[in-house]
Write a protein that binds this ligand. Structure first.
Ligand code: VGL
Length: 193
C-alpha cells in the first residue's frame, strides 16, 4: 500500500457478530483477514483506526425510542466490546460514534477520537490521502463511512473479504458495494493490498 494510506476497521464488535444483539450473518469471518491487514499496516508504520458504535442506553437509534434497531453496542456493555479475536495493533486509534442520543451516526466520520478530534481532521494531520476500509456492516456503517471518505476527497478501497453485511433485504450488501464503486471506491481483497 501507498505511504499515505491508513486502515479503518469499522465496528467489529460483539453485538454485530453471530450471537450478538444485531448479529451480522458470518460477521466474525472478517476478523482473520482484518487481523492480517492490521498487522501489515502496523508493520509498515501506517495508521490504524478502529471505529465502534458506542450508544447511550436511550437513543432514537433504537426501535423502542423511535428508531429502527434493537438495542446494541450500549456503552460499557460486553456487546459493545470489540470481537475478542480482533487484534488491534498498539497505537490503534479508536473512534466512538453514535454517542449522541438523537443521531444514528452510521459513518466513522461522524465519530470522535478519544481526544475529541474527528477522523477527517486526524487523517489530514497525518497526511493520509488513501483509506482502506473493512468491517461491519457492508450495507450500513461500512457503506456510510466509505461514501463519506470519498466526499472527504480521499482515495477509498474497501476490503471485500474484510466486510460482511446485514442484508435485511437480500442483496442489500451487493447493492451497497455497487453504489460505493459508482462513487469511486476500489474493491480489493486483503491479499491484494
Ligand atoms: C450498524 C445497523 C445499526 C453497522 C450499526 O455497524 O453497520 N448497522 N447500527
Amino acid at each position: 500500500m501507498e505511504r499515505d494510506s491508513a486502515l479503518l476497521i469499522v465496528d467489529v464488535q460483539n453485538d454485530f457478530c453471530p450471537g450478538g444483539a444485531l448479529g451480522v450473518p458470518e460477521g466474525d469471518r472478517v476478523v482473520e483477514p482484518l487481523n492480517r491487514a492490521a498487522e501489515r499496516f502496523a508493520k509498515a508504520g501506517l495508521p490504524v483506526f478502529a471505529s465502534r458504535d458506542w450508544h447511550p442506553a436511550v437513543t432514537r437509534h433504537f426501535g423502542q425510542y423511535g428508531g429502527t434497531w434493537p438495542p446494541h453496542c450500549v456503552q460499557g456493555t460486553p456487546g459493545a466490546d470489540f470481537h475478542p479475536g480482533l487484534r488491534l495493533p498498539a497505537g490503534t486509534m479508536v473512534i466512538s460514534k453514535g454517542t449522541a442520543p438523537d443521531l444514528d451516526s452510521y459513518s466513522a466520520f461522524e465519530g470522535f477520537l478519544e481526544d475529541g478530534a474527528t477522523l477527517a481532521s486526524c487523517l489530514a494531520m497525518l497526511g493520509v490521502s488513501r483509506i482502506y476500509i473493512g468491517g461491519l456492516a457492508t450495507d450500513y456503517c461500512v457503506r456510510s463511512s466509505a461514501l463519506d471518505a470519498v466526499r472527504a476527497g480521499l482515495g477509498v478501497t474497501v476490503l471485500t473479504d474484510g466486510v460482511a453485511g446485514v442484508d435485511q433485504k437480500p442483496g442489500d450488501s451487493a447493492l451497497a458495494l455497487e453504489e460505493m464503486v459508482r462513487a469511486g471506491v476500489r474493491l480489493v481483497t486483503v491479499d491484494g493490498i
